[in-house]
Design a protein around this ligand. Structure first.
Ligand code: SAM
Length: 215
């Protein structure tokens, strides 16, 4: 299977059709990621197929939970995950990608420019800093993938959620245990809307996805 077929097949297993144009964008992203990764540390995963599974497919695995046209904040987006892959398959989203490391923000904005994506912007700052430029209370979806402990991430995310918005936490295989621990701490501050337990396509990698609404 070619790399392109691999991406298309993985996405198909997630219920997502990757168009010719989407596939070009994913491969431009892959090239840019590898170029920058030689200079700054963006990902420890170097193999193309592993990047496709662990970064691209993992990122778009939440697409079915997200309504197109809405406002998204990705906190601790790093090299753009999940925000940029999600934008490729949900082009109507309005996205802000926040990270505390300036070089990562430069990489994300360079990628956004090269892919010619609209209504998406990477911003430098810490989520807890009151003077960062990201507006509070205005996002339909606040996403985090692999950022800190669950309790800390929820505390960081909650101020940004709009009245009817939700937080989506993307965690690894220990996500259930993490939730059981976090619930003691923040269980009275959030409502669990959805709990998804999945294996990523073309792999045996387990993922836990939690959709939470701040109370
Ligand atoms: N979400 C990306 C992914 O899944 O590949 C990156 C995950 S990486 C483990 C965590 C990222 O969160 C880093 O890029 C780090 O700079 C950023 N980060 C950590 N704490 C943060 C904070 N308080 N505010 C904004 N970004 C933060």
């Amino acid at each position: 299977m070619s790399l392109k077929e691999y991406l298309i097949e993985g996405a198909r297993e997630l219920g997502i059709d990757i168009s010719e144009k989407d596939s070009d964008l994913f491969f431009k992203y892959l090239e840019n990621l590898k170029t920058w990764n030689d200079k700054i540390n963006l990902t420890s995963i170097k193999n193309d197929r592993e990047i496709i599974i662990s970064h691209f497919l993992d990122s778009i695995s939440i697409a079915s939970l997200i309504e197109d046209g809405k406002k998204v904040l990705d906190i601790g987006s790093g090299a753009g995950f999940p925000g940029i892959p999600l934008k490729i398959v949900r082009r109507g989203l309005e996205e802000t990608l926040l990270d505390s490391v300036n070089k990562k923000v430069s990489f994300m904005n360079d990628t956004i420019r090269k892919l010619e994506l609209q209504d998406i912007n990477a911003v430098w700052g810490r989520a807890e800093d009151l003077d960062n430029e990201v507006p509070r209370g205005s996002f339909d979806y606040v996403l985090t993938r692999a950022v800190g402990s669950m309790s800390d991430t929820l505390r960081l995310s909650s101020p940004y959620v709009s009245e009817n918005g939700v937080i989506i936490l993307m965690r690894g295989k220990r996500g259930s245990e993490e939730w059981n621990t976090a619930i003691e701490d923040i269980g009275n501050k959030v409502e669990l809307v959805e709990f998804k337990d999945m294996t990523l396509p073309l792999s045996d990698l387990k993922r836990i996805i939690l959709v939470l609404r701040p109370l």
